[in-house]
Design a binder for this molecule. Structure first.
Ligand code: HPA
Length: 239
């Protein structure tokens, strides 16, 4: 396959930076470009999956939506790594807390992801492959998040295939017991795609809701915590 790909309309690799920040929501990608980047150029709107390249503190960086779930997001992860020579993708997303001490608006940085996804079926025989981010990026993000004063948790996340899950209570309790911090829907696929192509993946989340407590918050607080996560990811991005 050559560029443009079926899902990304950029006609030159140069239109996309070496690091791409990827929220699920394309309008959140636009928000990052509008609020944090200078000299912005749009490189994609195929299927409404907006993608932009610009400069953050002089550093060239791209931002693009991934859509929700492993199947949608993996199309973009694979095409960016394989056809556009992207070196690093940082997922910036929201997640639902599964632990009492992981509070609304806290930052979670994934040290690994587990999933019921079938994407690695038959790849590793009977071995359960662990999907993990790039260690240097993980350390950099953790240290920066602490420097910035954010309440930060590092640990395993669950990349669920279903938002409206009917998971058995026993399974849910075991995930909690074994320390899963939160649930989201894409990182397992990102870390697999990055490993497959010898590239770097990282997942940073803001807790937007809880699966164990009834939580609600003002739109203003929510927006502020999302912008903290975006700034953190931009600081970590490599050009
Ligand atoms: N489930 C899956 N993904 C999510 C959730 C959730 O509860 N909250 C934010 N992303």
């Amino acid at each position: 396959m050559t560029i443009p790909t079926p899902h990304i309309s950029a006609t030159s690799k140069d239109q996309i930076a070496k690091t791409v920040l990827m929220p699920g929501d394309p309008l959140r990608a636009k928000f990052i470009a509008d609020n944090f980047l200078e000299n912005v150029e749009q490189f994609n709107e195929t299927r409404g999956m907006l993608g932009y390249t610009g400069y953050y503190k002089g550093k060239r960086v791209s931002v693009m939506g991934s859509g929700m779930g492993i199947p949608s997001s993996m199309i973009y992860y694979n095409e960016l790594f394989n056809f556009y020579d992207v070196d690093c993708i940082i997922r910036v997303g929201t997640a639902g807390s599964m632990q009492e001490d992981v509070k609304l608006h806290d930052i979670v940085i994934a040290t690994s992801a587990c999933s019921e996804s079938s994407i690695n079926d038959n790849l590793f025989g009977n071995i359960h492959f662990s999907s993990t981010p790039n260690f240097e990026l993980l350390m950099k993000a953790y240290n920066k998040s602490i420097d910035l004063g954010y309440t930060t948790h590092c640990g395993q996340v669950h990349s669920s295939d279903q938002f409206y899950s009917e998971m058995e209570p026993k399974v849910f309790e075991n995930l909690r017991k074994y320390g899963i911090l939160c649930v989201e829907m894409e990182s397992y696929g990102l870390f697999m795609a990055a490993r497959k192509h010898g590239k770097k993946g990282l997942g940073i989340f803001t807790i937007s809701d809880s699966l164990i407590e009834n939580l609600a918050d003002s739109a203003e607080n929510r927006q502020k915590s999302y912008t903290n996560m975006m700034e953190l990811a931009l600081e970590v991005a490599e050009d």
